[in-house]
Write a protein that binds this ligand. Sequence first.
Ligand SMILES: Cc1cc2nc3c(=O)[nH]c(=O)nc-3n(C[C@H](O)[C@H](O)[C@H](O)COP(=O)(O)OP(=O)(O)OC[C@H]3O[C@@H](n4cnc5c(N)ncnc54)[C@H](O)[C@@H]3O)c2cc1C
Length: 322
Amino acid sequence: MRFTRPWRTLEKRTADEWMRRWYGTKIYESTWKPALINKFGHYYDQVPMSWMWARLHARTFRLGYFEGGFNTFVERLASTVERRGAKIVYNTPVAKVEQVGGRWFVTTAEGEQGPFDQCLLTTSPQLTLKIAPQLARDAAEYAQQLANLKSIGALVLVVALRWPLMKNTYWLNLPAQSPNKEENEIPFLALVEHTNFVDKKFYGGDHLLYLGDYVPADHAYFQMSQAEIEELFLSKLIKFNPNFNRDWVRKTWLFRTSYAQPVPFVNHSQAIPDLQTPLQGLYCASMSQVYPWDRGTNFAVRMGREVGKLMGKERGDGRGEK
Ligand SMILES: Cc1cc2nc3c(=O)[nH]c(=O)nc-3n(C[C@H](O)[C@H](O)[C@H](O)COP(=O)(O)OP(=O)(O)OC[C@H]3O[C@@H](n4cnc5c(N)ncnc54)[C@H](O)[C@@H]3O)c2cc1C
């Protein structure tokens, strides 16, 4: 399957149905089903086989990592575009974008700015609909496509330890037998010991763990305090090293986001909104439009280039072609 390209045929069937049939119930239940539950929770049996094909097709044994993390990449990107004349406004959420007389105006807590010829929204589909209410009014079909897109959230507890937890293990996916988290032995999906991959010298000598999970935005993990999440997650670490105790923990950081993993359904290619909206000068590009591949930074960069080309073409100045 890794070397074929039949994803348009495969998207007509769910991965649950396809894999159960071709791998047999026993193999499916013990390996693939837990992987699907881990990623999509209650949606696990609705995801198309094309998504699973893309995961296997794009897999390699090579793993890259930015020294200093993705922040290094983002900072380099920011300084490059600023050198070319772009202005980046930080910590200023956009509340609204509105087209008046064919030009775009952007409202933030600091007031209204504009006019702009073009506007690109890279937020989640649900937030995009809120920020650009004209879509629902003047481009109802497109707005409905955005509204139909589903996604789930994620949380990550990063833990700085004084001593290593695991020996020679970088990434452990913990099989979930049920989409109800409470029914699984381990309350998170991934246990990653990052410093078994990147040397601890880059992190002030800390051993870094990453305990992550995908959960819907209405899951209890979004209401629990950091202390409650810590208690629940850290209490399980003894299963991976019987010597572990809480004195090993130097510091923790909790990150939560309600939009983390888009969920594709059967025939998803027909459900994806175009990058160019029907409203002149307005574009939307988010990870929900990445398919059949799973969302990832490389696909975000590719989509950025694609939408840049479209915007350049509309302006007719050819700059987007570079
Ligand atoms: C737990 C997890 C692990 C991941 N691991 C990897 C990995 O190892 N490798 C990999 O390649 N990819 C990974 N990804 C995926 C990767 O993070 C995404 O594919 C990528 O960040 C998508 O880029 P984006 O620009 O579309 O969205 P984002 O990076 O989410 O950028 C959207 C931006 O919009 C801003 N924003 C939101 N609301 C507003 C507003 N109202 N006004 C203005 N700005 C706003 C946000 O602050 C954010 O900066 C991971 C994702 C998750 C959730």
